[in-house]
Design a protein around this ligand. Structure first.
Ligand SMILES: [Zn+2]
Length: 131
């Protein structure tokens, strides 16, 4: 838990017990995509009881401090991604799963750099798959 404490402090966050428990689930293994609901049920299964409201709060705070990236699929579904590097996604509509796509594997040509004089701040691509 020590590394996680450092990770939270480095992001400017106080390492509260709930934030550490959630961090332990999110950041101890390989990258993952979670929703608040999926995280709530996974934590409950492993005996960690944190309210859904607290999970929403922690996910949003982690996102605003750069520890997670939020991916909106539609108005009712948001995923939180532990991989904060630039990448795109496949979204499997039937299983509601996300899969990463390396940016090198998807070319946008020409890549817009400016629009009406404004810099492009980010490009999010979700390719929906019927499966
Ligand atoms: Zn991802």
């Amino acid at each position: 838990m020590i590394n996680l404490e450092k990770k939270l402090r480095a992001a400017g966050l106080r390492p509260t017990k709930q934030r550490l428990l959630i961090s332990n689930y999110l950041f101890s293994g390989s990258h993952m995509h979670v929703t608040a609901d999926s995280l709530y049920s996974e934590l409950s299964k492993s005996g960690v009881n944190i309210s859904l409201a607290t999970i929403y709060n922690v996910l949003n705070i982690f996102t605003s401090h750069g520890l997670l990236r939020e991916i909106s699929i539609d108005s009712s579904r948001s995923y939180f991604d532990t991989n904060t590097k630039k990448h795109y996604h496949y979204y499997y509509e039937k299983t509601a799963k996300l899969e990463d796509i390396d940016i090198e594997k998807l070319q946008i040509n020409p890549l817009p750099e400016k629009r009406n004089g404004f810099d492009v701040s980010s490009i999010d691509i979700v390719i929906r798959v019927n499966g």
